[in-house]
Design a protein around this ligand. Structure first.
Ligand code: GLN
Length: 196
């Protein structure tokens, strides 16, 4: 069976996520077709979804005006996997503490935008992630931190702050797993039960 994947492409790192999904699927022995999502009507056909980084205020506004927001909520309610990265994490959260962001409330966490400060607003770190054997090369770009974790499970911390969490079918990272050739995080998000 060929899987159908969607990368929400209203703004952000679409091509990189699509390539990472293809690598993760092939590592897992699955065929996948990846669609870029800019309008409503595509998400309902998707088995798995990525919500990329970019600018969370813009992404959340476009998701609502294009009618994609309720479709993403239905996708998660149907227990289908969603990987939300960086601004995607902010949009997927239950509280971004910013009136300009209309959260999807898919992930029981509060986030702080741009939490790692100006001086270190972009950096790469070897991150220990629960479920992965070797550290993951995590690229942080004006990354948010997760401040309060409600029902979500913390998978990784940096500087004593959660930066990767799972809440049911949703896996969210403050960093950009699509920007390295390492597709283990996509595999962890989309092929639960697989280990490496
Ligand atoms: N700082 C951005 C925001 O708050 C997120 C940055 C990113 O996705 N790389 O929306």
């Amino acid at each position: 069976m060929t899987l159908t994947a969607g990368v929400v492409g209203v703004q952000g790192n679409v091509a990189e996520h699509a390539a990472a999904i293809e690598r993760a699927a092939s590592d897992h022995g699955e065929d996948v077709v990846v669609h870029e999502i800019r309008q409503s009507g595509v998400v309902p056909d998707c088995d798995l979804l990525a919500l990329p980084g970019g600018e969370s205020t813009t992404i959340s506004r476009l998701l609502h005006t294009e009618g994609i927001a309720p479709e993403i909520r239905d996708h998660v309610a149907a227990d289908k996997p969603l990987l939300a990265t960086c601004a995607g994490l902010i949009v997927a959260s239950s509280d971004a503490r910013d009136d300009r962001v209309e959260e999807l409330g898919l992930l029981d966490v509060t986030v702080e935008r741009n939490a790692f400060g100006r001086q270190a607003d972009s950096f790469e770190a070897p991150l220990e992630v629960a479920g992965l054997e070797a550290p993951f090369p995590a690229v942080f770009i004006r990354a948010p931190a997760i401040d309060a974790v409600g029902g979500a499970t913390v998978l990784a911390e940096w500087d004593d702050r959660p930066v990767a969490v799972r809440d049911g079918p949703v896996l969210a990272t403050a960093f950009h797993p699509e920007l390295t050739p390492d597709s283990r995080l996509h595999r962890l998000a989309f092929f639960r039960g697989s280990s490496d």
